[in-house]
Design a protein around this ligand. Structure first.
Ligand code: PPS
Length: 654
């Protein structure tokens, strides 16, 4: 050992004595130093909020991780690429290539508003909406307008375009998320038209799958701020034509042109306003329990059936996606890991887990869900899930709430029905400690994943918002309430009980109150109260018409009074679930339409499953000649024109 050391020292001395040797040693030391820096840097804890969000969410996500008994099927941890935020980015990248949102061209006219001081040389750019002839709605100096449009920052409504009316604010409001981009600015001089000094601003709304609260769209090279020359300049109607040529007809398009005298100067302003959208067919609906979700599901079933869309059915035609386990793509019949996501609609009961859901539906899918006031939700849940471990021994909801931990065992496999059921369905831990930070993280995570949260107390308003978001027509969202209890199994609640329910379901309460608020903000922003009420009225009228056409009597009836057993809903727990009788003697087309409206969830799901996965004919029976694959339905037009859907929902008793 001593000898070796002496040998090493002698050699090192020899190396160090010569010039190249010294250089070599210095170089090695330098490399060593750089490597050490790299290592130290890697070991530093990353302190950015996204990391903290991820970590905190992991903690709050799942009690099943704490309780191995709870998980029957373990799943591989999501890959890096599967992380919701990364996936969201992928969605947005895709969005750049889509034109699902609407486009709008606003023409700004240079004017000198009366109230502007005469000594100011600068002209103002004004947008005059068609509806208002003599009032200026928006004033911006040319400077302001240009700088606003070229500044890479979040836009806010009323900031860039003050006073823009509701219809236009739809697009502008969405820019709050930073996804507005101006894809052309051109002055009228470039267009060489009679009206001088016009500025055309083309806006594109965010694509429909843009999630609420998703990160701002990156400005920069993807944002289009091109000042176009005459040759390049597209007219708004060219844009529209391009849309039409591009693919399926938009469900609605609105173009208005107006010429308005603006006072003494005799200046004329052109307003050109255009909206185009394309019906959404890729949809994820988180079917939150006891929140009118079966009624929404019926709407999705009918739409999917009518448009020949595919559903992500539970394996072997089951009715839930292995609930209460977190959703896994492999729970879906026909899912194959190697293939791109291939199903249009995912809407069966599941416990949400976004990275897995994304394997099943295309990245353009709209994600939405529906919430209910936790007080009413728990009252309903107590009756419907009376047989579960937490509720079975309590004589009343009041008794349960007086000492919940006498009855409630968080480790029981069915305890989620008794506490924070919405939180659980969204994939989070219903027994987590309620802190402001956790609540905030949970809300942010929901916002990052979902495009829209509806409120069952405002069901009709929700349907109007839904059809706007999905770019569907009103008829597609008309429904009759399904899965409702009769009054004999409902109990009125005292205010004390209501308060206890809120406290017991605090996480649900936080979710509900937050999204109830954003719901109305969204209504204001996207639709406006006035148009909302018009649409709600129209929806109710349509429902009343359909009830007169389809239903016997005045509406729903108790289970014993439902004559057609295939229309009898599942009776569960202590609840008596109502159903409907269809009128006799309807023509075939109408009968089918009416039947679909009142078919309970389980029967409808089974029927659609059989259409999507037709059972193999028995081996020993002779093969019939090749038939066309079963068509679930003709087009929407077919429904509107009263054409028949050629299949009956028969023999589908649960
Ligand atoms: N259109 C409409 N508007 C408002 N409320 C409605 C509507 N449709 C169904 N419901 C009520 O929703 C409750 C059933 O919810 P779900 O269908 O989600 O239940 S389930 O989890 O699928 O069993 C059930 O609530 P309860 O009757 O209180 O139990 C239904 O009455």
């Amino acid at each position: 050992m001593l000898k070796f050391r002496r040998y090493l020292i002698t050699n090192l001395k020899a190396i160090y004595r010569c010039q190249p040797g010294r250089l070599w040693v210095s170089f090695s030391l330098l490399i060593l130093l750089m490597v050490s820096f790299q290592v130290v840097e890697k070991l530093q804890p990353t302190r950015n909020c996204r990391c903290e969000l991820e970590r905190a969410l992991q903690q709050t996500t799942d009690r099943s991780q704490e309780n191995p008994d709870y998980v029957l099927q373990t799943h591989t941890p999501p890959r890096e690429d599967d992380h919701p935020y990364r996936q969201r980015k992928a969605v947005m990248e895709h969005a750049e290539n889509t034109r699902d949102g609407f486009q709008m061209h606003l023409y700004y006219r240079q004017v000198t508003p009366r109230e502007s001081s005469p000594d100011r040389q600068e002209g103002h750019w004004a947008w005059q909406p068609a509806e208002s002839n003599n009032k200026m709605k928006a004033y911006l100096s040319a400077q302001q307008l240009k700088s606003q449009l070229s500044t890479p920052r979040k836009a806010t409504r009323g900031d860039i375009f003050p006073g823009v009316p509701e219809s236009a604010a739809t697009a502008l409001g969405d820019t709050v998320d930073g996804v507005l981009f101006t894809n052309s600015i051109a002055t009228e001089e470039h267009k060489k038209t009679t009206s001088p000094q016009m500025m055309r601003v083309a806006l594109q709304s965010p694509p429909q799958h843009q999630a609420m609260g998703s990160p701002p769209r990156p400005w920069g090279d993807s944002a289009k701020h091109t000042v176009l020359g005459t040759a390049q300049l597209l007219r708004a109607d060219d844009f529209y034509r391009t849309e039409l040529e591009r693919g399926p007809l938009p469900s609605w398009a609105e173009i208005s042109t107006d010429e308005t005298a603006l006072g003494d100067g005799g200046q004329v302003e052109d307003v050109f306003f255009q909206k185009v959208c394309k019906p959404q067919t890729n949809i994820v609906f988180l079917k939150v329990h006891k929140s009118a979700s079966s009624t929404v599901m019926n709407i999705l079933f009918r739409f999917g059936e009518m448009h020949n869309l595919t559903f992500a059915f539970p394996l072997r035609g089951g009715h839930q996606l292995f609930y209460p386990h977190h959703f896994m793509a492999r729970f879906v019949q026909g899912f194959s890991p190697g293939k791109p996501p291939q199903f249009n609609i995912l809407c069966h009961h599941m416990r949400f887990l976004r990275p897995e859901v994304q394997k099943v539906v295309p990245s353009t899918a709209i994600y939405f869900s529906i919430l209910r006031n936790p007080v009413q939700l728990m009252e309903s849940s107590f009756v419907y899930y009376k047989g579960t471990s937490a509720f079975s021994r309590a004589r009343s909801l009041e008794e349960f709430l007086s000492q919940p931990y006498r009855f409630y065992n968080p480790t029981a496999g069915d305890s989620h029905y008794a506490r924070n059921l919405m939180t659980f369905d969204f994939g989070f831990n219903p027994d987590a400690e309620v802190t402001a930070k956790r609540v905030n993280l949970m809300l942010r995570a929901i916002e990052a994943s979902f495009d829209l949260l509806l409120i069952s107390e405002y069901f009709d308003e929700s349907m109007v918002l839904l059809k706007e978001t999905l770019c569907w027509d009103l008829d597609s969202v008309v429904s009759f309430p399904l899965n409702s209890r009769d009054s004999s199994t409902r109990s009125p609640l005292s205010s004390i009980t209501a308060e206890k329910i809120k406290a017991w379901n605090r996480l649900d309460w936080e979710i509900y109150t937050h999204f109830n608020r954003t719901f109305w903000e969204r209504i204001e922003r996207d639709i406006g109260r006035e148009r909302l009420w018009q649409e709600v009225r129209a929806l109710r009228q349509r429902r009343a018409e359909l009830a007169r056409t389809c239903l016997q009597g005045t509406g729903s009836v108790g289970p014993k009074d439902i004559k057609d057993s295939s229309l009898r809903p599942l009776q569960y727990g202590n609840a008596r679930i109502l159903g409907y009788n269809i009128k006799q003697g309807l023509d075939e087309a109408t009968e089918h339409m009416c039947r679909r409206l009142v078919t309970p969830e389980l029967q409808y799901s089974t029927a659609l499953y059989k259409k999507q996965f037709p059972p193999n004919p028995p081996q020993n029976t002779p093969q019939r000649p090749l038939q066309k694959p079963p068509q679930l339905a003709p087009s929407l037009q077919g429904m509107q024109q009263g054409k028949a859907l050629r299949y009956r929902l028969k023999g589908t008793r649960h």
